[in-house]
Design a protein around this ligand. Sequence first.
Ligand SMILES: C[S@@+](CC[C@H](N)C(=O)[O-])C[C@H]1O[C@@H](n2cnc3c(N)ncnc32)[C@H](O)[C@@H]1O
Length: 199
Amino acid sequence: MNLKQQFLEIEKNLAPCVGALGELHPNSVDDLAHVIKAAENPKEILDIGFRRGVSTAMWLLTSQAKVTSIDLYSPEKHPSGDFTKSVTYLTKTFANRFQFIRMDSLNIPKKEDWQNKFDLVFIDGDHSKDLVLADTKNAIQHLKVKYILFDDYYTGAAIYIKEAITKYSLKIVNTYLPHPNSKWVRGVSGGGHCLVKVL
Ligand SMILES: C[S@@+](CC[C@H](N)C(=O)[O-])C[C@H]1O[C@@H](n2cnc3c(N)ncnc32)[C@H](O)[C@@H]1O
């Protein structure tokens, strides 16, 4: 089985996709596998914006890293549906490699034990200007990460991502084009990504 087929097997066990779209396209699993190599095989990854766990599942599949995923909402109270099933399944399947924390990414600086913990942060939470800039600042200044992967690099949020890249003198390592193929009926998202190195 190729990576995409493996991902689709895992995806069957996640909570169903409900409501508005906005998760990684299954083809993105190959992009994330590339990110893992380009970001020098991160040992710990922080995934900002869990939703029902699609990107988290991909990180767990494509790497050996420990993955911490945060989301603003509790699993059973998310506007896009109850994702308790995803948390339970991923915790059981990837024992000792996954944890979900209900948390606002703006509270990252309050987690003192997170300094220097993560090698890679995936920024896929709130795509507004203020949050993209705040998540980037926290990743660099508080978490002191080596690499950041921005989601939605080819959407309306790109302008804020580019502003963050300039503001913090980040080095673009690679960009990943969107996957607009709408055969993925449960989520046609595919906003592309940008991997940057913190200098
Ligand atoms: C685009 S979805 C994430 C999709 C997910 N990465 C995937 O591939 O399936 C964005 C998520 O970020 C969460 N979110 C929005 N603002 C946030 C914040 N300030 N802190 C943490 N999570 C946030 C939302 O609740 C939503 O579940």
